[in-house]
Design a protein around this ligand. Structure first.
Ligand code: SAH
Length: 224
């Protein structure tokens, strides 16, 4: 799979590219991550990517020309498999595990990051999806693109062990059960005895019950 991230702040992704899941996916040849600097597509000798809003108001707006030219350049050639271009915007559909699953089946996923006060509204007509990562406002789409790219990459077959994905939060409509590691006793706080019992069937049942109880308590909406 190829993930293109179109941004005016490519330097923000230096650390992200070193993340162990991303590095593993790239190393195994399962992911090509391209960080595309929108500025390289800007016309004019100043390569201006933003301008003030028509009608007045605070802040700067990403210009339509450099963003659309960057989108066109990122688009796969005709014969390629499924692809999706998504703009990150607080006005988009809320991103969830189901969307991550859908995106993970694309050959090419292109994520368009806004910045400043946002992007020229005409850009939205040229993307397939508009995605928000939650009801709050970020300074740029870059952290949102990292959220999407990370959650999609870990779903690519071969990146993680199958078991890691099977029992995770949201994978079966439930939050994950509580997890523990050594020591069994930390200053008097003990790990639930059942996990030390070696009885795999009992452990499986206990985890299921815990997952249902936690989901009922924290996220009853998931059970409906
Ligand atoms: N003025 C806009 C906010 C712009 S924030 C408004 O009020 O709606 C600048 C950029 O950050 C946006 O273009 C978008 O790409 C990104 N962004 C901000 N919040 C986001 C969110 N919750 N989800 C996804 N992207 C977001």
């Amino acid at each position: 799979m190829t993930i293109n991230i179109l941004t005016v702040c490519p330097e923000m992704f230096a650390g992200f590219e070193k993340d162990h899941v991303i590095e593993r996916a790239v190393g195994l040849g399962l992911l090509t991550l391209r960080i595309v600097d929108i500025r390289e597509y800007a016309d004019g000798c100043f390569r201006k990517v933003d301008d003030s809003p028509y009608g007045g108001g605070a802040g700067m707006i990403l210009r339509v020309q450099p963003v659309l030219d960057a989108i066109k350049a990122a688009r796969p050639a005709g014969s390629a498999g499924p692809s999706c271009t998504a703009a990150l915007t607080p006005a988009g559909e809320i991103f969830c595990q189901k969307t991550a699953n859908e995106f993970s089946r694309c050959d090419v996923l292109t994520l368009v990051c806004g910045h400043y006060e946002g992007m020229d509204h005409r850009i939205y007509a040229h993307v397939d999806r508009q995605i928000s990562i939650g009801d709050y406002v970020l300074s740029g789409g870059e952290p949102a693109a990292m959220v999407v790219a990370d959650s999609v990459t870990r779903l690519l077959p071969g990146v993680l062990k199958k078991d890691s994905l099977l029992e995770e939060s949201f994978s079966d409509g439930l939050l994950e059960y509580p997890q523990y590691t050594r020591p069994a006793d930390y200053e008097g706080e003990r790990v639930p005895e059942i996990l030390l019992s070696g009885n795999h069937e009992a452990i499986r049942r206990w985890r299921r019950e815990q997952a249902v109880a936690l989901t009922r308590q924290r996220r009853p909406d998931l059970l409906n």
